[in-house]
Design a protein around this ligand. Structure first.
Ligand SMILES: Cc1ncc(COP(=O)(O)O)c(C=O)c1O
Length: 504
C-alpha cells in the first residue's frame, strides 16, 4: 500500500466509532453510560454523540498503557507521517511529554542543558528527575519585543563548559514562531555525544509544509513532543511524542506508563489519529491556505501602521527561521501595552488572542481560521490604533521589559529545593535567599524564578514590574506575590548559603 493510501486510514478512530455503533450495554466505566447519566443541561449543549465515544480500555479499542492493536497501528502511522521511529499518543499535553523525555534520559544529579525560557513543564521534568539544569539564555529582542531562540554556538559553548551534561533540550519553534537551527544543533549535540530533545509544542504542523521551519524529527533530533491540540486539529490535551531508535525506547515506554493516567480519553486519542490523517493527506494544501492568509494579514497589519514580523527578521541573533502562521502584533503603535490591547479586543470586539506580552499580542493562525476572522481583527486593530493616544511613558516602560539576562545561580537542584523545608517570607526580604517555588508569568509560561535559584535584586524587580503591569503570574503560593517561599535549611548554611542569617 502506498504512503498516501495508508495515511488515509484512521485505525483508532474507526475502531472507536465501530464500537459506539454497536450500542452495547455498559457495565463498565465511564459512569455516565453513553451519556445517559449526564445532566441534561450538559448533554443538551454538547450533543449526545460525544458520549458514545467516551470509552474505556476495551478489547476492541486497545490500551494506551500497552498498545497491541488499533492504538499501536495509529501510533505507527503517526511515526511514519512525522518521520520518527516511534510515536506515542499523549493525553496530558506536551506537559507529560516533556516530563517523560527528561525522565527517560536524566538520573538524579545529572545535568541537562535547557533554555531559560523553557516552559514550566520542562522545569517539572527537571524537578521530577532530580536533574541539574544548566541554562542557555536566548536573546531578548527589544525591538521585536520577543524572546528569540538559542543558537548552535550557545549550545556548543554550554556543552564545552559542562562536558558531563547528559542531554540538551531546546524549545523550537517558540510561542512566537521563532525556530532554532535544529539541524546544526543536532550536529553539535551528537558531535559531543549528547541527546537532543526538542519541545516542539508549537510545531505539529511543520513537517507538512516546505515553507515552514524544519521539524525536529527532520532535523535529526532524538526525541520531540508536539501539542497536536495547539496548532492542528487534536482536541485540547492531545499531544504526541516522537522518538528515534537512538534513545532507550523501553525506558521511555515505562516512564510514560508511570506518568499517564490509566483512563486515557478515547476522544482525545481518536482526535490524534484523525489529526495525523488530515495533515498527512491534506496538510500541504490546508497549510498553504493558512500561510497565505497569515501573510496577507501581516501585510495588512503593517499597512495599518503596526509591526508584525515575518521572514524578514531571519538572520537576526537567535532567529534562524520563522513560522509565518504566527502573528506577533506589536501594539506600541496603538499607544498601549499588549495586555491592554488584548483586553480591548476581547471586551469590545469579541476577539480573543492567544496571549499578551508587554509590547505585543500573539494571534495564532490555524486551519480553522477564515478571511472573515482576519477582516474583523484588522478592523478592530485599526480602530484601537485610531482611538488611542500614545502613552509615551507606558510605551517606554513596556519596551524595556525583558527576561533577566544575568545567569541565575543554581544553588540546589530544583527537586531538592522543591521538597526541602521552606518558609514564607516577605518577597523583598528574600533577596539573596534560595527560592523554593516557580514563579511563572503565564502565558507564555516562562518561569523567571525556579526552585533552587538565588533570588537576585534584578529578578525581584522584574517580578514586581510584571505584577504592577497586571500580568498573570502563576506557580507561586501567594498569588499577590507579597511573600515568597524560600528554602529554610541549615544544610545550605554549611554549604555557604548566605540566607540563614536572615532568620528572625
Ligand atoms: C513551549 C511549550 N511547551 C510545552 C507546553 C505545554 O503544552 P501542553 O499545554 O500541550 O501541555 C506549552 C504550553 O503552552 C508551551 O508553550
Amino acid at each position: 500500500m502506498e504512503y498516501s493510501e495508508r495515511q488515509l486510514k484512521t485505525p483508532l478512530f474507526t475502531a472507536v466509532v465501530n464500537y459506539a455503533k454497536k450500542k452495547k450495554i455498559s457495565f463498565h466505566t465511564p459512569g455516565h453510560k453513553h451519556g445517559d447519566g449526564i445532566p441534561k443541561m450538559f448533554r443538551d449543549f454538547v450533543g449526545s454523540r460525544i458520549f458514545d465515544i467516551d470509552l474505556t480500555l476495551l478489547e476492541e479499542v486497545d490500551s494506551l498503557q500497552d498498545p497491541k492493536t488499533v492504538i499501536k497501528e495509529a501510533q505507527k502511522l503517526a511515526a511514519e507521517a512525522y518521520g520518527a521511529d516511534f510515536s506515542f499518543f499523549l493525553v496530558n499535553g506536551t506537559t507529560i511529554g516533556n516530563q517523560a523525555m527528561i525522565l527517560s534520559v536524566c538520573s538524579p544529579g545529572e545535568k541537562i542543558i535547557i533554555p531559560r525560557n523553557a516552559h514550566k513543564s520542562v522545569l517539572a521534568g527537571v524537578i521530577l528527575s532530580g536533574a541539574i539544569p544548566v541554562y542557555l539564555y536566548p536573546k531578548y529582542d527589544l525591538e521585536l519585543g520577543v524572546i528569540c531562540n538559542v543558537t548552535p554556538k550557545q549550545v556548543e559553548e554550554k556543552i564545552i563548559e559542562n562536558p558531563d551534561a547528559k542531554a540538551i533540550l531546546i524549545t523550537s519553534p517558540t510561542y512566537n514562531g521563532i525556530a532554532a537551527d535544529i539541524r546544526e544543533i543536532v550536529r553539535v549535540a551528537h558531535q559531543y555525544k549528547k541527546i537532543l530533545l526538542v519541545d516542539e509544542a508549537h510545531g505539529p504542523h511543520l513537517k507538512f509544509h516546505p515553507d515552514l521551519p524544519l521539524s525536529a524529527m527532520e532535523g535529526g533530533a532524538d526525541m520531540c513532543v508536539e501539542s497536536t491540540h495547539k496548532i492542528i486539529s487534536g482536541m485540547t490535551q492531545a499531544s504526541m511524542l516522537h522518538a528515534r531508535k537512538t534513545v532507550d525506547i523501553l525506558k521511555l515506554k515505562r516512564i510514560l506508563q508511570l506518568l499517564h493516567t490509566t483512563s486515557p480519553s478515547y476522544i482525545l486519542m481518536a482526535s490524534l489519529d484523525v489529526a495525523r490523517m488530515q495533515m498527512a493527506t491534506q496538510g500541504r494544501e490546508i497549510l498553504s491556505k493558512v500561510i497565505n492568509m497569515a501573510n496577507e494579514a501581516r501585510t495588512d497589519i503593517k499597512a495599518a501602521g503596526m509591526e508584525c514580523f515575518g521572514k524578514e527578521v531571519i538572520g537576526r541573533e537567535g532567529i534562524y527561521d520563522v513560522d509565518v502562521t504566527k502573528l506577533t502584533i506589536d501594539t506600541r503603535a496603538a499607544g498601549n501595552s499588549g495586555y491592554e490591547v488584548s483586553r480591548i479586543l476581547n471586551k469590545q470586539y469579541g476577539i480573543q488572542v492567544e496571549f499578551a506580552a508587554p509590547t505585543n499580542v500573539l494571534a495564532i493562525m490555524s486551519l480553522g481560521n477564515t478571511k472573515e476572522d482576519i477582516h474583523r481583527l484588522l478592523k478592530a486593530l485599526k480602530e484601537i490604533k485610531k482611538g488611542y493616544t500614545p502613552n509615551e511613558e507606558l510605551i517606554k516602560t513596556v519596551s524595556s521589559v525583558r527576561m533577566p539576562e544575568k545567569e541565575s545561580e543554581v544553588v540546589l537542584s530544583p527537586r531538592d529545593a522543591s521538597f526541602s523545608n521552606t518558609k514564607k517570607i516577605q518577597f523583598k526580604e528574600a533577596i539573596g535567599m534560595v527560592s523554593a517555588e516557580i514563579i511563572c508569568p503565564y502565558p507564555p509560561g516562562i518561569p523567571v524564578l525556579a526552585p533552587g535559584e538565588k533570588i537576585t535584586k534584578e529578578v525581584y524587580e522584574y517580578i514586581m514590574f510584571l505584577k504592577n503591569l497586571g500580568n498573570v503570574i502563576n506557580g507561586q503560593d501567594d498569588k499577590n506575590l507579597n511573600t515568597v517561599k524560600v528554602v529554610w535549611d541549615a544544610r545550605l548554611q554549611a554549604a555557604g548559603g548566605n540566607y540563614i542569617d536572615a532568620e528572625k
